[in-house]
Ligand binder design. Structure first.
Ligand code: ATP
Length: 279
């Protein structure tokens, strides 16, 4: 990823952040929606016919664990509500959506995610794994996309533009919150909120360093045997200030992240949405 590519990726993210606050209501022949059903957060990103962001909404929710939908009705309800909210903002109906799932869980849970999206009233047009989705935005041709989410870290190795390996390991932001809760005598919910505040990040980094180093060791295990010259971080946990510095130091591999890594996967999912219903 060169500077120009990072710049255009950051521009799209910045535009998305803007439309989440103030939706862009302008005529579009079609709308493409990305539905990111995460362990910690459900995000919907809407693009216009030029694949530019026009609206977005997200909600923290506990309906998915480690990539599995554990509260099916809750998931349908939240996706339906977010869809209605966005339709109201855009004064249109949203038909087409793409969704994603953690790598390696498609046999187990692809059906549930598909059903959630369809039950919320969308036509599902694409279902892809999370790091591959993120790469629709990043456009890496060689390197590892590492999606550090709530419950898991997904790793996707890309060589000459092709995904050659995907893996998902059960360590992510939830584990950082558990460590924080223990160290600060917080409840899990308090730790989650405290951790998400950027002004606490400098103070938190030394406390969270061992878990970040564990994430680095997971990355090293998964990329062993492959030539990886760059690590590209996405996912909400990658928002942690200087997490990239620790990962770069412990892996010895140059590590990059977009301006808001939390929105890379939902935007990548939306970019992969089409108007052809998935059979
Ligand atoms: P998974 O990919 O494991 O299914 P998810 O898709 O819900 O989970 P994301 O939405 O990418 O994951 O990230 C959620 C995680 O990111 C949570 O653990 C949350 O606490 C953490 N997070 C969100 N924002 C921040 C922030 N600003 N600073 C630090 N951590 C954050």
């Amino acid at each position: 990823m060169n500077n120009q590519e990072l710049k255009s990726c950051n521009q799209l993210i910045a535009e998305f952040e803007k439309v989440v606050k103030k939706p862009k209501k302008h005529p579009s022949k079609i709308y493409y929606t990305g539905v990111d059903l995460g362990t910690a957060c459900i995000v919907l990103a809407v693009l216009d016919d030029q694949f530019q962001p026009v609206a977005g909404a997200y909600r923290y929710a506990d309906v998915v664990r480690d990539g599995m939908v554990v509260d099916y009705l809750g998931a349908v309800e939240i996706v339906s509500e977010l869809k209605a909210e966005l339709e109201q903002q855009l004064q249109t109906e949203l038909f087409y959506a793409a969704a994603s799932l953690p790598p390696g869980t498609d046999d187990l849970d692809g059906g549930a995610i598909k059903n959630v999206v369809q039950s919320a009233g969308f036509e599902l047009t694409n279902l892809l794994d999370e790091p591959t989705a993120a790469n629709q935005l990043l456009k890496i041709t060689d390197g590892a996309v590492v999606d550090i989410g709530g419950g898991t870290t997904g790793i996707s190795i890309i060589e000459a533009g092709q995904v050659v390996k995907v893996a998902d390991e059960a360590t992510g932001g939830t584990h950082l919150s558990l460590v924080l809760a223990g160290a600060y005598k917080f409840s899990f919910a308090e730790a989650e909120l405290y951790k998400r505040e950027a002004q606490h990040h400098d103070e938190l980094l030394p406390v969270l360093k061992p878990v970040i180093e564990k994430i680095s060791s997971i990355i090293m295990q998964q990329i062993s045997g492959y030539t990886v010259n760059g690590i590209y971080l996405v996912g909400g946990t990658a928002c942690l200030k200087n997490i990239e510095t620790i990962i770069e130091k412990t892996t010895g591999i140059p590590t990059f992240k977009p301006s808001n890594p939390m929105f890379a996967t939902p935007l990548g999912i939306a970019l992969s949405c089409t108007d052809q219903v998935l059979q």
